[in-house]
Design a protein around this ligand. Structure first.
Ligand code: HEM
Ligand SMILES: *[C@@H]1O[C@H](CO)[C@@H](O)[C@H](O)[C@H]1NC(C)=O
Length: 491
């Protein structure tokens, strides 16, 4: 779905039509180029193979993406061959994977100036031209400023209460000792929670309908933009039209509502009478509602899934986390809801969340296009190249993280040096949902560990094919068994 990682490249060739079209385009490019220019490494160049003209190493990239080792395997293999810095060519574009904290700093601190998000037509069409992900610098600053307040730590206490209740109720439904697919559970929970927080939508059948639309839209974001029935792009654009009609209806109803729900949408609509640069128009609101849902759902759900997997494999960490959480629960009356203040006291859980995000690398790398010739860490980078801030490489760097393959939350007892920990990016495009994502994970871990033990019912470590967000192919099926002590110890 997302431009964030390699997704743009991955989904391009996702159906037969796309393959045919791409082959045609490749053919045309051959003719236009007219020459079999070998990829020059140029200057004090970064090592790496640019492969054959235009296509470069596209097939190797796709092969990794379609395998159960995941698309990052493509990067790993090239690092073994060329070292930390390497370049490659995928779909006609030169890509440099930037593996260092200083490189990450250079790019993040020059975002929107020297580095930009690449423009992808299908993405703008699907998610909307006014989306935070698509607008130019000036609008980005304004829209982002106006969207931010409801996602600040202090604004999220209602979200915490709602999500806490939701997670409790839904986990309880799985007390029957039957195995269920955790990833599906998390996808549904994060989707429903976001729609509740954003627009107070709670009706199950409406939620289901919205989720189908959103999935179709996010599939279309990286598809080939031709309006031919049956293609992903077509389905996504149709889904977008239907969803936007629904959003419009909801907004219209709000205008007549005497006691509108106090949610994210309402906080945006309340600005109606403000000066232009202090409010969002309806189109901006609608495109960004969609953006928030799409950016927030899959990422958070995948992170939750990995936390359960990592804790399952590391009993010591799990026991310690449960002990911390039970000690909080024991001080509470029956049927409490957890509060922001409680979450702030969960020092070990916070480290579990951090360590999960370090190891899971939900977004493997963050791509940018270079606006002008420049150097990064002394390497010459040309205008038009793509640079990918390789968060995964940084998070697995043994010089930064001792024994990086080990899940060890206590490593975060120490302060982090700048740009060594970047699961949410940095700079002007830092994840807008950073607080919401962390809080959602803490709430989930709280209810899970105080209420249950669990078994992971499929040990297969294969990753989902064609996904640019690393997720277990199995979806991590688990079985819960209720902990007896937790509920009684509170009285
Ligand atoms: C664990 C979950 C999450 C992770 C790991 C994550 C990670 C990221 C990262 C790395 C970026 C920056 C990408 C770049 O620089 O190219 C980003 C941007 C963004 N995220 Fe998240 N995110 C998560 C959850 C969420 C949630 C819950 C929301 C919604 C409430 C959200 C909304 C956004 C938005 C709107 C942007 C774009 C910001 C901009 O361009 O100004 N994310 N996210
Ligand atoms: C970038 O550098 C190349 C040579 O390395 C040069 O041909 C080109 O004109 C430069 N482009 C700009 C925009 O400075």
């Amino acid at each position: 779905m997302f431009h964030f990682s390699g997704g743009e490249l991955i989904d391009r060739l996702n159906n037969h039509l796309n393959i045919i079209l791409s082959v045609l385009i490749v053919g045309v490019c051959y003719l236009l180029l007219g020459v079999f220019r070998r990829g020059k490494s140029g200057g004090n160049g970064i090592p790496g193979s640019l492969g054959i003209p235009f296509l470069g190493e596209t097939f190797a990239f796709l092969a990794a993406t379609y395998s159960t080792k995941g698309c990052y395997n493509f990067v790993n293999l090239r690092r073994l061959r060329y070292g930390k810095w390497f370049k490659t060519r995928i779909f006609g574009k030169v890509h440099v994977y930037v593996p260092s904290t200083s490189g990450a700093k250079t790019i993040f601190t020059n975002d929107f100036v020297l580095f930009n998000k690449g423009y992808v037509k299908s993405m703008a069409d699907a998610i909307g031209r006014k989306s935070l992900l698509c607008v130019p610098h000036e609008s980005h600053k304004r829209i982002r400023r106006l969207l931010s307040e409801p996602f600040s730590m202090n604004s999220l206490s209602n979200f915490v209460r709602m999500f806490d209740k939701m997670v409790q109720e839904r986990l309880m439904k799985h007390e029957d000792g039957k195995s269920f697919v955790l990833l599906e559970f998390n996808m549904k929970a994060t989707f429903d929670a976001m729609c509740d927080m954003l627009m107070s939508i709670r009706d199950p059948s409406l939620l289901q309908q919205f989720e189908r639309h959103c999935t179709a839209i996010s599939d279309a974001m990286l598809s080939f933009p031709v309006m031919i029935p049956g293609t992903r792009y077509y389905k996504g654009i149709k889904a977008r039209e239907m969803l936007m009609d629904k959003f419009r209806e909801i907004i219209n109803r709000r205008h007549d509502d005497e006691e509108p729900p106090q949610d994210f949408l309402q906080s945006m609509l309340q600005r109606d009478s403000y000066p232009d640069n202090e409010k969002l128009d309806d189109e901006e609101i609608m495109d960004n509602l969609l953006t928030l849902i799409i950016a927030g759902q899959t990422t958070t759900a995948a992170a939750m899934m990995w936390s359960v997997k990592f804790l399952h494999d590391n009993r010591e960490a799990q026991d310690r986390l449960r002990e911390e959480q039970l000690s909080i629960a024991r001080k509470k009356p029956n049927d409490y809801s957890i509060t922001l203040e409680d979450l702030n006291t969960m020092s070990y859980a916070v480290k579990v969340v951090k360590e999960t995000l370090r190891m899971a690398n939900v977004l493997l790398w963050f791509p940018r296009v270079v606006a002008d010739n420049c150097t990064i860490d002394g390497h010459e980078i040309k205008k038009g190249w793509h640079v990918n801030i390789d968060a995964t490489c940084i998070h697995y760097d043994p010089e930064i993280y001792n024994d990086p393959l080990q899940f060890n939350p206590s490593r975060f007892d120490d302060m982090q040096r700048p740009y060594t920990y970047i699961p949410f990016g940095s700079g002007p495009r830092t994840c807008l949902g950073i607080n919401m994502a962390k809080l959602a994970m803490l709430v989930f871990l709280h209810r899970l560990t105080i209420g249950y033990r669990w078994t992971v019912d499929d040990q297969d470590l294969s990753l989902e094919r064609k996904s640019h967000i690393p997720r277990l192919r199995s979806g991590c099926p688990i079985t819960l068994s209720a902990l007896e002590d937790s509920k009684n110890t509170s009285n």
